[in-house]
Design a protein around this ligand. Structure first.
Ligand SMILES: [Zn+2]
Length: 193
């Protein structure tokens, strides 16, 4: 079975349900309570993890409503590159959307923490990715270990991202940057000092 056929079959599982729901959502004007504009009311941007436990918990625990904050998410909630997509989003937030404060929020029991790049490469091979594709990343100057690998120390990883933003050549001095950890169950916040 080719990869594209398999993908189409998998898509058939959730996408139909989502589209069906969406049609009703729009018909019933479910969107009315979410109407706002593109500027974040609280002038903040948050960098956090894509962890599904945080989808609703994070904004609820911080008292954030639709329209309050720019939320940038990825695996681990890290800024892994000074000119990568997360940093690009922050810069657009600062210069185009009036962001004044940035919160980098890691969380307890993060799945990205113990990611092992060697194991991921093994899984790629098992699923038919040829070795030549894996070797190809070197030509893009990507170090697989730091790109796909996890982090041992949560606080240290948050501090690194905070430092990277603070010392970024395009981030103005008046932008405040903070590091925090959120409890994945209770939503309790702790400042990383
Ligand atoms: Zn996580």
């Amino acid at each position: 079975m080719t990869r594209s056929i398999r993908k189409a079959e998998e898509e058939g599982m959730m996408i139909d349900e989502i589209l069906q729901y969406n049609k009703k959502f729009v018909e019933n004007e479910g969107y009315v309570r979410y109407i706002t504009n593109k500027y974040p009311n609280k002038k903040i941007a948050i960098v956090s993890c894509m962890d599904t436990r945080l989808t609703e918990l994070l904004p609820s625990a911080l008292g954030l409503k639709n329209g309050d904050a720019k939320i940038i998410k990825n695996a681990g909630g890290v800024i892994s590159h000074p000119f990568g997509s997360a940093m690009r989003s922050l810069l657009i937030g600062i210069y185009e959307l009036d962001v004044k404060e940035i919160l980098v929020i890691g969380h307890t029991d993060c799945g990205a923490r113990h990611t092992d790049s060697k194991k991921i490469i093994e899984k790629m091979k098992q699923r038919g990715i040829p070795q030549k594709n894996i070797d190809m990343v070197k030509y893009y100057g990507i170090d697989f270990d730091s790109w796909l690998g996890g982090f041992k120390d949560l606080d240290l990883s948050i501090k690194k991202s905070v430092e990277l933003i603070r010392s970024h050549p395009f981030v103005p001095e008046e932008i405040m940057v903070y590091g925090l950890v959120i409890d994945s169950v209770t939503g309790e916040l702790r400042k990383v000092v």
